[in-house]
Design a protein around this ligand. Structure first.
Ligand code: NAD
Ligand code: DAU
Length: 332
């Protein structure tokens, strides 16, 4: 494998993957990205032109994707509408990109017999009770809650159907919540960090007892590389790093690391249909592929993430007010 096509590579996780690939492999990368509100050319700054090329375009454009897929050895498919709160305000773009866009990629990969790795989320499994010791595994039944997670579930099922019906050479991974540099400030952790850096108070949905299973974006990238290299075709792998935390504890940690009182936050209106808890059992990935996360300490990972947002305010400040205005309209 020499040339890979990374969809959504100008977004948060996709761009971290491209940086990781340039640093850790010899692969040549083409990024195809529509540069929606969530995509940013600056996320690819500093990468060598000899290794990384950006094509601005829509994954739902069948002619474009046919051309691009034909000239690559593998497609790593990150592009998506990714934010639950946006999917509650306006689900349509989630269907267009997550369902139709994935279908277009599947057809191009089928036609040109190109290997696909489909990036998905643990949210396809719905949620777990707070006091339940159970975690998601590859055999947990699909039970998505939001328009976002239901379109990701639909995209996973399309991939599985193309594997079974057409023999597509594909793998799927479902990862837990990522944190790290370049995450859009609409998301929980960067929203709270930039709130404090901007003199605002963090905003916690409801009581803040919902649990997410945090993983550093670089650990997600190393797992995807491991699956590309050693995953079995047709298989699904869950990616997680045993990082369960409730939202209240995460907000308190951010406040502490920014030298603020731990109670200097506001409770705001809860998300409709808010999933209670996500938790990943990554035994299959660890035992069959030998993958291990590198980021053991959540607190120091968050401290590094805070440093990134502090040093890159030019990146987030231009759209901070708009993001907060959108939230305020929903009392969030
Ligand atoms: P993001 O919103 O930060 O980035 C998405 C990228 O896709 C943006 O660059 C955007 O411009 C691009 N894009 C959107 N629609 C497009 C289209 N029609 N054509 C081409 N490009 C388009 O999202 P993210 O958080 O980096 O998530 C990336 C992927 O990882 C998604 O598939 C998401 O479901 C999955 N995922 C995310 C998390 C998480 O914690 N953020 C966890 C597990 C899985
Ligand atoms: O689990 C993987 C998923 O993680 C990915 O598939 C999604 O693309 C990604 O956005 C993320 O989904 P969440 O809904 O879990 O992430 P978000 O950052 O929106 O919220 C994390 C938690 O924090 C959730 O319980 C809601 C809460 N929250 C969020 C915001 C924006 C708050 O309490 N306050 C906030 O201001």
């Amino acid at each position: 494998m020499q040339r890979i096509l990374v969809t959504g590579g100008a977004g948060f996780i996709g761009s971290n993957f491209v940086h990781y690939v340039v640093e850790h492999t010899d692969l040549l990368v083409t990024v195809v990205d529509k540069l929606t509100y969530a995509g940013n050319r600056a996320n690819l700054d500093g990468l060598p032109e000899s290794r990384v090329r950006l094509v601005v375009g829509d994954i739902a454009d069948a002619d474009l994707m046919d051309d691009l897929v034909a000239s690559h050895d593998a497609v790593i498919h990150y592009a998506a509408e990714s934010h639950n709160d946006n999917s509650l305000r306006d689900p349509r773009p989630f269907l267009d990109t997550n369902i139709i866009g994935t279908y277009v990629i599947l057809e191009a990969c089928r036609k040109h017999d190109v290997r696909l790795h489909h990036i998905s989320t643990d949210e396809v499994y719905g949620d777990l009770e707070l006091d339940d010791p159970a975690r998601f595994t590859e055999s947990t039944p699909y039970n998505p809650s939001s328009p976002y997670s239901s379109t990701k579930a639909g995209s996973d099922l399309l991939v599985r159907a193309w594997v079974r019906s057409f023999g597509l050479r594909a793998t799927i991974s479902n990862c837990s919540n990522n944190y790290g540099p370049r995450q859009h400030i609409e998301k929980f952790i960067p929203r709270q960090i930039t709130n404090v850096l901007d003199g605002r108070r963090p905003k916690l949905y409801g009581a803040g007892l919902n649990v997410r299973d945090w993983i550093h974006a670089d650990d997600h990238s190393s797992a995807v590389i491991a699956i590309l290299e050693n995953g079995a075709l047709g298989e699904t792998y869950l990616i997680g790093a045993d990082g369960e935390k409730n939202n209240l504890d995460v907000v308190r940690l951010i406040l502490r690391l920014l030298d603020q009182p731990e109670d200097a936050f506001d409770h705001v209106t809860d998300r409709a249909g808010h999933d209670l808890r996500y938790a990943i059992d990554a035994t299959k990935l660890r035992s069959e592929i030998g993958w291990r996360p590198a980021y053991a300490d959540f607190s120091s990972g968050i401290a590094d993430t805070i440093t990134w947002y502090r040093e890159n305010s030019d990146w987030w400040r231009p759209f901070k007010q708009r993001v907060e205005n959108d939230y305020r309209r929903q009392s969030q």
